[in-house]
Design a protein around this ligand. Structure first.
Ligand SMILES: C[S@@+](CC[C@H](N)C(=O)[O-])C[C@H]1O[C@@H](n2cnc3c(N)ncnc32)[C@H](O)[C@@H]1O
Length: 201
C-alpha cells in the first residue's frame, strides 16, 4: 500500500480528531433517530475499497455520515472523480473535514471543485446525481437503514452502494461481494457491496 498517501493523510489530519463532539450534537443526532457513534475505516482499507468501487471521471461519490471526511479526501486525491461529497450531521465533524480539505487544497493538487462537505441529515439530502454511495452504518438504527435504502432505491444514476450494515432483501439491491476491511474498532469488518438496480420494487 502506498505509504506516501497514508503520510499525506496523516499530515492533512494532524490535530483534527472527530471522536469527541459536544453533547448537544450527540443529543441532536439521537433526536433525529440516528446514532452519533464514531469510528473510521482505516486508510489502507479505504484505498482498497476505493479501488473496488472502480471510480471514474463520471462518478459522483457520497459518504453518508462522513465524519471528518477521510474517505472523501482520499477518493479525490487518488481517483478521477466528477464529485466527492461528504454528508454529516455533526457540525464539529464537518468543520474538521473542511479544515482538512483547506489543507489539501494548499498542499496537494486536489481539484477544488470536486470535494464538498454538507452539514445535514442524509435522509434530507439531495443525492439525485449519486453514482456510488458509501456509509459506515454499523451503529445506525434499523428504521434509519430502511428509510435510507428506500431513498437510494429511487436514485436513477446509482450503480453501487457500499455499507457496513447489511440491507434487508430489497429488489433494487443485489449483494455482489462482502469485503473484509479494517475499521478503527476492529479488524476485518464486513463491508457489503450492493449493485443498484434503481427503480425496481
Ligand atoms: C461511524 S461514523 C463514520 C465516519 C466516516 N465515514 C469514516 O469512515 O471515517 C458515522 C457518522 O455518521 C453520522 N451520522 C449519523 N446519522 C446521520 C445522518 N442521518 N445524517 C448524516 N450523518 C449522520 C454520525 O454523526 C457519525 O459521524
Amino acid at each position: 500500500v502506498p505509504a506516501d498517501r497514508r503520510a499525506v493523510l496523516r499530515r492533512l489530519y494532524r490535530g483534527l480528531d472527530g471522536f469527541g463532539i459536544p453533547a448537544v450534537e450527540t443529543d441532536r443526532i439521537r433526536a433525529a433517530g440516528s446514532s452519533a457513534t464514531y469510528g473510521e475505516l482505516m486508510p489502507t482499507a479505504t484505498l482498497r475499497l476505493l479501488a473496488r468501487l472502480d471510480l471514474g471521471e463520471d462518478d459522483a461519490l457520497y459518504d453518508l455520515g462522513c465524519g471528518t471526511g477521510k474517505l472523501v479526501l482520499l477518493a479525490a486525491l487518488t481517483r478521477p472523480l466528477a464529485r466527492a461529497t461528504g454528508i454529516e450531521l455533526s457540525p464539529t465533524r464537518t468543520a474538521l473535514a473542511r479544515r482538512a480539505l483547506a489543507r489539501a487544497r494548499r498542499s496537494t493538487r486536489l481539484c477544488a471543485r470536486v470535494c464538498s462537505f454538507r452539514t445535514e441529515s442524509f435522509l434530507r439530502s439531495d443525492l439525485s446525481d449519486a453514482t456510488v454511495v458509501y456509509t459506515c452504518s454499523t451503529a445506525f438504527p434499523t428504521p434509519l437503514m430502511r428509510r435510507l435504502a428506500g431513498k437510494l432505491a429511487r436514485i436513477r444514476s446509482l450503480r453501487l452502494f457500499a455499507t457496513l450494515q447489511d440491507l434487508d432483501p430489497h429488489p433494487a439491491f443485489e449483494l455482489v461481494e462482502i469485503l473484509r476491511l479494517d475499521v478503527s474498532w476492529r479488524r476485518r469488518a464486513a463491508v457489503h457491496l450492493y449493485r443498484a438496480h434503481p427503480g425496481r420494487r
